[in-house]
Design a protein around this ligand. Structure first.
Ligand code: C6P
Length: 411
């Protein structure tokens, strides 16, 4: 193994926290290289959820009894952890949702659909995951606004000159970290560009929150959307952060219990933030799990995780780059999270993933929910390996050996 940079993480000690990684498939240890799809969960998160269910579970904000208060404290304690995690000015700006997709739809419907009109322009980058592309395309079509795509260069950076002359830009949608190329975007620059035009910037932080330190006050975006399951938390919970003034102006997205102040026969008034956007029974145990995941990531250190991923990305680009017929996409390692998208001459990406699976190496094949990007690259599908705090360089060696084997088999 020839990793020259960091890893400052004690990866073996971290791996001991992840029971799932102890398994073998086909008699071989699991090399889970698909963390961008979803991360694995440490014991600390699983135990926090079990303990919560065993001692504190109840509905929240409703029961006037001790157990209900305990459950409410669990939910609201998690909200405070999320607030601190992204350095939001207020807990009222943290809205719990199911995942980043729901957070982005919330903004598209409650902000976009309500405000856009013919003549307005909505921009999304060519790098976007469908979750930060399709909702904007849809609300633009519904309102008569124009939907335009910001082209990107080979590193994944948006080419703002191409859209600089557009007038009436109202919304710019951009990812902080690409799930396909791994590119870490320059969000403060993009926020300044959007704000100069009187537009808001809606950021997809699904791949950023797990891997790099986020500070919403320094980023300058107006909304960010996060999924808990990609950052060591459970599935079924994510969050939207938005500026108070925008959240206050917006109409609700989902209607029903908990989000009301007064229900009259003809009209209803809305609860305060964040309840206005949290209709129905909250994902309470999931929030507790997300809070435990944040504690876990903070204890390991986001900066150490990011450095570890840069080192792994650099190593992967080196060892995969030596394979004949290998095509690698995206920016240099220091500008990307632990994500490497590749394509090998003569081996279909789905065959590649299946052959690697025989050696218990799990990677993703397909369009990665980024059809606009794949169209630009003129490819129907690629492979993607993605790393996290528990990934070992040896697993990347196994990936490279598996890719060579697949080439021989298919060649
Ligand atoms: N990307 C991947 O394999 P949800 O499904 O709502 O938790 O996350 C959606 C999403 C939004 N933005 C980005 C940048 C993402 O990467 C994802 C999820 C997974 O790349 C599944 S398609």
């Amino acid at each position: 193994m020839a990793v020259s940079e960091v890893p400052t993480l004690d990866v073996q000690r971290i791996r001991a926290d992840f029971p799932i990684l102890e398994q073998t498939f086909n008699g071989k240890p699991l090399a889970y290289l698909n963390s961008a799809a979803t991360s694995q969960k440490p014991r600390q998160v699983l135990e926090a959820m079990t303990a919560f269910y065993e001692t504190s579970y109840s509905n929240v904000h409703r029961g006037v009894y001790a157990l209900g208060e305990r459950a409410t404290a669990g939910l609201e304690g998690a909200r405070e952890k999320v607030r601190a995690f992204v350095n939001a000015p207020s807990e009222r700006e943290i809205i719990f949702v199911r995942n980043a997709t729901e957070a982005l739809n919330l903004v598209a419907y409650a902000y976009g659909l309500a405000r856009l009109k013919p003549g307005d322009v909505v921009l999304a980058t060519e790098l976007e995951h469908h979750s930060n592309f399709v909702p904007w395309q849809y609300v633009a079509n519904r309102t008569g606004a124009e939907f335009r795509v910001i082209p990107i260069d080979d590193a994944g950076d948006p080419q703002l000159d191409a859209v600089a002359d557009l007038e009436n830009v109202k919304i710019v949608a951009a990812t902080i970290v690409s799930n396909a190329l791994g590119t870490i975007g320059d969000i403060p620059k993009l926020a300044a560009w959007a704000h100069e035009r009187g537009a808001i910037l809606v950021c997809d932080a699904a791949q950023a929150a797990p891997h790099i330190r986020l500070d919403v006050q320094a980023l300058g975006a107006d909304f960010i959307a996060v999924s808990g399951h990609k950052m060591c938390g459970p599935s079924g919970i994510g969050f939207l952060w938005g500026r108070t003034e925008l959240l206050l102006e917006m109409e609700p997205f989902l209607l029903g219990g908990h989000m009301i102040r007064h229900v009259g026969d003809q009209t209803t008034t809305w609860a305060e933030l964040p309840a206005k956007f949290e209709a129905g029974t909250s994902p309470v145990a999931e929030a507790v799990g997300l809070g435990a995941a944040i504690d876990y990531l903070e204890e390991v250190g986001l900066e150490a995780i990011e450095a570890h991923e840069h080192a792994l990305a650099a190593y992967a680009l080196d060892v995969l780059g030596e394979i004949p017929g290998m095509k690698l996409y995206g920016p240099p390692a220091e500008r990307r999270a632990g994500i490497v998208m590749f394509d090998v001459d003569g081996v279909h990406p789905h065959d590649m993933a299946q052959i690697l699976d025989l050696d218990a190496i799990a990677i993703r094949a397909g369009h990665h929910c980024c059809q606009p990007l794949l169209r630009k690259l003129d490819l129907p599908a690629t492979n993607r390996a993605s790393f996290y705090l528990y990934t070992l360089p040896e697993e990347i060696d196994r990936l490279a050996a598996g890719v060579r084997k697949a080439k021989e088999l298919m060649g």
